[in-house]
Every structure is written in C-alpha cells, then in structure tokens.
Design a protein around this ligand. Structure first.
Ligand code: ADP
Ligand code: MG
Length: 397
C-alpha cells in the first residue's frame, strides 16, 4: 500500500487542455472520490496514475517512488472500469486466478495439460488457489466460481472484476465509474460492498464518478473536478457545508442550491426589497450572490421574508417534499425548498407564500463566484479583515 501524490499534472491533447495544474495528495489507505461532470478529465487523470497514458507535465509519486515511464505492469496498481472486461471463455475462478497466474507461473507452466508436470507447479497453484478462495469469500463469489461471465448478473460481473483487481494485493486501487451499468438498487448494494472491501483491505483507493451520491457516501474525501481543474478537496460534509466557490456549491446537493442575486450593505443582506441582518459582518458591500440550500428555507411571515411568490409545483417524495416557488420580483430564478411534507400540507400550487432562512445558513459569493466569508465575531475592529477569504488562492469562478 502507498500514498499517491500528484503535483502540477497537466495533460494536453493537441489544442485541448484536458488537465491543468492538478495537485492532489491521497494518503496511504485513504479512499478519495474524484467527482465531476462528464468530460472534466477524471478518466484522463486516472489513466495517468495507472500509467496507461502519460502526463504532458507534472510529477507523480506512489509511495516514495517517482513515476515517469514505468509501464502499468510495473506500478502494482489495479484498475476496474465501467465495462467489466472479463474473459468470456473463462470461469469466474479462472478470471480471478489469471492475474496471479500471469505473474507467478512461467509461460510453459500455464500450458494446459503440460503445465501441471513442470517443477514447482503444484506449490504455486496451491498459493494461487488460496488467494482466489480468499477473494471469492470476501466478495461472496464462492457459489459462482464455476460459472462463465455470460451466466452472471451485472452486479456479479462487477464483483468478479473487483476481486480480480484486488487479488494481486495492489498498492493502489483505481476505479472508473464502476457502477454506471447497474440499476439503482444494485448500485446502492455495490457501494456498500466496495466500501466494506476497502475497510478490510485498507488499500489506497481512487474512485472516479460523476454521481455525487456515490462520492459523498463512499469516500473519506471528495475531490471535485471541473474543466480539468480540481476545485476543492474535502470530506463529504465539509464540501457540502463549506464550498469554496459557487460552482462547487452548485454541483453538490440535490435539488441544487438556490443562487439569488443580492446586495450586501454593512451587516444587511438584501434580495430586492427584502433584507435580513447577518450574524457577523462581511467586510464587503455591493452586489453578491446569496446561496441558500433548499433545506435551509422555511415558511415565514411577510415581514421576515427573504423571498416571496407563488407556488408552481409541490413534489411529495415520501419522507420529504420539494416546493418550487416563482418569486414575485423580476430577475430571480425559481426557488426550491426541501422540507417535511407535513409542513406544507395546507399549501397548494398557486398559493402565495413567504420564505426565509436563518442568516448563519446562507452561503455568500462575490460576482466571480468566490466565497465571501463571515468575519469572526471576535475580530478586532482596529484590524479590518480582508474583503473575503477564499480557502484556496486559485478560485475558479
Ligand atoms: P471524464 O472521464 O471526466 O468524462 P475524460 O478524461 O475522458 O473525461 O476526458 C476529458 C477531456 O479530454 C474530454 O474533453 C475528452 O474529449 C478529451 N479527451 C480524452 N481522451 C482524449 C484523447 N485520447 N484524444 C483527444 N482528446 C481526448
Ligand atoms: Mg470518464
């Protein structure tokens, strides 16, 4: 097992810059999800780590080794793809055993019939058998060892692919959208299984996905990537509660965060003609974007409202409901509130209501999308804080 360190990784395809200045440190044994929309460069980065593609610039370390031109087979990295890539003519047992057979048996020992009479064959075969049984037990594949891939469900195939990847005890385990071909229920189950396998093996894992639920539920830390740039790396709760910019805030969360044009005046935040007082000052005045998570909105009286308007849609989802509101002020987008269904039992489409949010739940952004932070309450009045304090110096709007 080993840590993975990426420093200033760049990748150009002719004129297209697929990756720009990627810095990422994955600790030994950590599970990091690389999350981002399709085309943002996730697979490109994973292929560079695996050695299947070369970076245009930048350094890659696995453990203490600096990797430049090592071939994939020399890196002791295992990778699982969306397509399971199993050998259709081999049984599950043979598919699992193959990576070890390729490594531990000489070519002539792998020959059918002849191989078994070669010196050392039985000892090596027994060692491989032990590892195949261990992987099969860990992934619940024992009853399926004699089947061929065509006789397996999608989830079972992906489990074989995971087992085959881990059987060599790799230093690093890379997965590229491994659950995309599975239905929703099976995806949930496989999420749990992959997390359990990670907990048991402790192997450093980088998991690529465009699905925020996978990233948020599985990973120790989420690296959110857009347009070939890592925007933020943080534990799931932190990336949701404390996004560095509006793009991160907008990507994570469903329904997405409400982003409303607003104005800051001293310690007041105004949306159109309505305003609330902020808990702490922000050393900035002028126009800003007020981010309100759907669950932060509450029904309010007209005199404490932050937004008001007409209900255009109510969706009941069982344990929660989503209410959509068309604001009564021009220039504001549709606002969505998430709440308990009982809170809006008395409401119907077409009704007019007022909504507000506790000021400390608001996420404020400047017009470039960079986060504006509240000042510490104890900050001295004599030493003014900077206008805003982005977590990272390179904030991409
Ligand atoms: P993701 O996995 O996040 O969906 P990719 O890493 O596959 O994204 O691709 C990132 C960008 O690089 C895309 O715009 C894609 O078209 C481009 N790209 C990927 N591979 C190649 C290639 N071999 N040649 C040219 N462009 C490529
Ligand atoms: Mg991809």
């Amino acid at each position: 097992m080993a840590a993975v360190t990426l420093q200033g990784i760049e990748k150009r395809y002719d004129a297209h810059q697929a990756l720009s200045g990627i810095d990422l440190e994955v600790a030994d044994g950590e599970f990091v999800a690389l999350l981002g929309p399709s085309g943002c460069g996730k697979s490109t980065l994973l292929k560079i780590i695996a050695g299947l593609d070369a970076q245009s610039a930048g350094a890659l370390h696995i453990g203490s080794r600096a990797l430049h031109h090592e071939r994939p087979s020399e890196r002791n990295i295992a990778m699982v793809f969306q397509s399971y890539a199993l050998y259709p003519h081999m049984s599950v047992y043979e598919n699992l055993a193959l990576p070890l057979a390729m490594r531990d048996l000489a070519a002539w020992q792998r020959l059918p019939l002849v191989g078994r009479f070669t010196p050392g064959y039985r000892r090596r075969r027994a060692a491989i058998d032990l590892r195949v049984r261990e992987a099969a037990r860990m992934l619940g594949l024992e009853p399926l060892l004699d089947r061929r891939p065509a006789q397996l469900s999608g989830g079972q195939k992906q489990r074989v692919a995971v087992g085959r990847a881990l059987i060599r005890h790799p230093d690093v385990f890379l997965l590229d959208e491994p659950l995309s071909n599975l239905d929703a229920k099976l995806r949930g189950q496989m999420r749990e299984e992959i997390v359990a396998v990670h907990a048991r093996t402790g192997v450093t894992t980088i998991y690529v996905t465009h699905d925020q639920i996978e990233a948020m539920t599985m990973a120790d830390r989420v690296a959110l990537m857009m347009d070939g740039v890592i925007q933020q790396v943080a534990p799931p709760r932190e990336i949701y509660a404390d996004p560095v910019n509006l793009r991160v805030a907008g990507f994570i969360g469903s329904p997405p965060i409400n982003a409303l044009p607003a104005r800051l005046e001293d310690a007041r935040l105004a949306i159109g003609t309505r305003a609330i007082t902020l808990p702490n000052a922000v050393a900035m005045s002028g126009s800003c974007i007020c981010g309100i998570r759907p669950e932060a909105l509450q029904i309010a009286d007209a005199d404490t409202a932050l937004v008001a308007g007409r209900i255009t849609r109510i969706e009941f989802l069982g344990a929660e409901a989503i209410l959509s509101l068309e604001p009564d002020l021009p220039g504001l987008p549709v606002v969505q509130m998430r709440c308990h269904p009982e809170e809006i039992d008395h409401l119907a489409t077409g009704d007019t209501i007022s909504l507000t949010a506790r000021p400390e739940t608001l996420l404020l952004f400047n017009s470039d999308g960079a986060r504006i932070r509240f000042q510490e309450a104890h900050a001295s009045r004599d030493q003014p804080m900077p206008a805003f304090l982005p977590l990272r110096s390179e904030v991409h709007g």
